[in-house]
Write a protein that binds this ligand. Sequence first.
Ligand code: MN
Length: 574
Amino acid sequence: MNVNTLFSVLETQSRRAEELALAKKAYAFAENAHRGQKRKSGDPYIVHPLATALQLANLRLDGQTIAAALLHDVCEDTPHTILDVKKQFGDEIAFLVAGVTKLDKLRYRGVERSAESLRKMFLAIAEDIRIVLLKLVDRLHNMETLGFLPPEKQKRIALETLEIYAPLAYRLGIGELKGQLEDLAFPYVHPKEHEWLVSTLKGHFSDRHAYIERIKPLIAEEFIRERIPFLDIHARAKHHYSLYKKLLKYDMDITKVFDLVALRIVFNDAEQCYSALGVIHNLWKPVPFLIKDYIALPKPNGYRSLHTTVFGPEGRMVEFQFRTKEMHQEAENGIAAHWAYSEQKGTQVYAKRLPSFAPKRELIWIQQLREWQKNFQKPSEFLDALKIDFFKNRIFVLTPKGDAIDLPEGATPIDFAYSIHTDVGNTATGAKVNGKMVPIDYALKNGEIVEILIQKNRKPSADWLQFVKSGEAKRKISSFLKKKQEDARLQHGKGEMVELRLAVKDRIGLLRDVSQVFTRQKINMKNVITTDASQSWASLIIQALFKNRTDLEKIMVRLKKVNGIEQVSYKLLS
Ligand code: MN
């Protein structure tokens, strides 16, 4: 990997002269800034930003993004600041670089609950889809050189790649990148399973591949005879990790997976895809239930193709995938395919293609992402369309450990505290945001790191109900305040009349056992009401005088242990 690779790619893409000049300037700046630094692999550091820029060039991103890729680690790892970048390269590139730097602070530590929040937060903090793509290819190169890091780091980074980065690539429709990220992470996250898969695959894979290569000319001939012009016919091997996930569903039996290697054929239009399906089905019987029309019904992430599995030549099952050139590009490059440069005339024209997507049944943010993708049709709308602002009602903040917490817009440190733990909320006395003290009703913003200060004997205040935004916080504060009121009443000298309501399955001796509980606790039952005893389910209402909560709680616990009592609740009588 050297600088010439990047520039020869840019030149074959007929980029404008300004773009080439910009890339050269950014390269010179980065090369100088990182000079003398080495990667853990021993390579000069500049290899990493270069690899990142090359990937983005292949995805046909604009010159600004390619420059930002070259500069993306300059502010983290060298004495240069974001202001230097701004002075040299202007606001937009500085914005892209700053975005990458912000995202570096996100960490995933394997908390299942926060994975989805973290993915959303990732997008919300990025603010611009180009920054997301930059981070994804940055991660791709880091994964390629992961072997040089210490084992604990390898595991954390690989898990994060599997849980956060690969799903993001998938949702942006960049299938190839998703597959690469997963396959790179696989051996670090599940080493044994990976080893098993590779050894199991050995014979099968080469056998399948040889078979596909054997039948390829046969198929080509058939399409020529039927006058269906095809643009390309190639073998597609399934990625290891997605194969592994599929095997989990099929008792780990590799003979049940028919798309280990599939035949992929690219046509000019969708009609030809359907004609091709007819031709193949006419020749070989399709396997029932394995015909999948993702052209009429695309996958949620926008994937389109026509799949079928047939009992093929030599009596073996084989999967065919038919798609147009456009569908192929979209499947490989996803969201990036929509703004790919038009190669004609050497001018910068963004493709005015509308992606087609399946509606219904998915997370709202994916829908919003999609709406947003539809929006860019004109180059003038292009920059607007890159903004990520579809998390209108949610904000994402971080714990000091880097876990992402998803809160309603306008949420305060108190909302945050209750979403961590009830006790943290109840004993909160103050908060720090990005290391600085803030008022407890401060409105949190995306990406802020929030730390809650607690004091053991502190209690929530009724005023908090005025400003908290989350239902969880409101509920927990109210329940605390109610308890506090009850305590105040229970503690004053004469005691309070409490009504206990028990849902019981009536039996002989139940009432005796209940009254024993009260006797042992030295509490007098003042009143006992039973509902219709002929029913097998009944309630038992007991009124008694309590002087403190401890007695009440003890009675409740003991009652719950009595055979036949299903539920116990209480209220203070006024
Ligand atoms: Mn990097």
